[in-house]
Design a protein around this ligand. Structure first.
Ligand SMILES: O=P(O)(O)OC[C@H]1O[C@](O)(CO)[C@@H](O)[C@@H]1O
Length: 251
């Protein structure tokens, strides 16, 4: 696991965007694994700006998102499809037909999970997977206790996750109880994983991550078992990570 330290959120976003742009330039038909949440907003903004100014093209890129709420249709303002269209897809030249998210309103969510897993395989796997980290260590919506061998599956969201995400909804009651998420096994098949973290709310979980213990109680800890993980974090998120741990992982 390589750590790139950033001074602040803006710098984290810029460094993340540089890695994504480099991936797309190296492989114009790359498969990008994308994530949602507040952490990613700055990165998507940078990608949009770069597309406008430098013309980086996404015409042949394919994208697969980590997760989607069950019960929210693509045009629901809190669905992750809506988020992706609003913050990224509608501002770059990617055809929407090449952007994929799990279908949260499928009649058969179990079959949808299998379809999504197969889709990722049919695309040739993920070249670069972007990840945020939940305050309880979740990646995608893989909550603590999730087996590391799970493929795409239906999850019951932890009360703390619903609480953390309630800020985007009119009230806590409106936050869905379930989601479809790529599993940890799905995420680990990605050829390169880029985890982003910013802000003091993430400091305790980042300290735990860099302690290095791999346990299903902390889903992100599985990233220590992957050969190609880059973490970009700002100083607030790293504020509880001791200097010696930072040095060990410094790029
Ligand atoms: O970036 P945020 O909003 O802190 O969220 C962190 C993670 O939690 C989720 O929003 C799910 O709760 C992920 O999509 C995200 O990567």
């Amino acid at each position: 696991m390589k750590l790139i330290e950033a001074a602040n959120y803006e710098e984290m976003s810029q460094k993340a965007a540089e890695i994504i742009i480099a991936q797309v330039k190296e492989k114009p038909d790359a498969v990008l694994g994308l994530a949602t949440g507040s952490t990613m907003l700055g990165t998507y903004k940078q990608l949009v700006e770069d597309h406008r100014q430098n013309g980086t093209s996404y015409r042949n890129v394919r994208t697969v998102n980590l997760d989607e709420y069950i019960g929210l249709s693509p045009d629901h303002p809190n669905s992750y499809r809506y988020y992706m269209n609003q913050h990224l897809f509608s501002h770059i030249d990617i055809p929407l037909s090449q952007t994929y998210l799990p279908n949260g309103v499928s009649d058969d969510v179990e079959a949808e999970c299998q379809r999504y897993e197969q889709l990722i395989e049919n695309l040739g796997g993920i070249d670069l997977q972007l990840l945020g980290i939940g305050r309880n260590g979740h990646i995608g919506f893989n909550e603590p206790g999730t087996s590391f061998s799970t493929p795409t599956h239906v999850v019951e969201l932890a009360p703390s996750t619903r609480q953390a995400n309630a800020r985007f909804f009119p009230s806590l009651e409106d936050v869905p109880h379930q989601a479809i998420t790529m599993g940890i096994a799905t995420i680990l098949k990605s050829r390169h994983i880029l985890l982003l973290a910013a802000g003091t709310a993430k400091a305790p979980i980042m300290a735990k991550l860099f302690e290095g213990t791999v346990t299903i109680d902390m889903p992100a800890s599985v990233l220590h078992t992957h050969p190609n993980v880059t973490v970009i974090a700002d100083q607030e998120a790293l504020s509880l990570v001791p200097d010696e741990k930072r040095k060990v992982h410094a790029k």
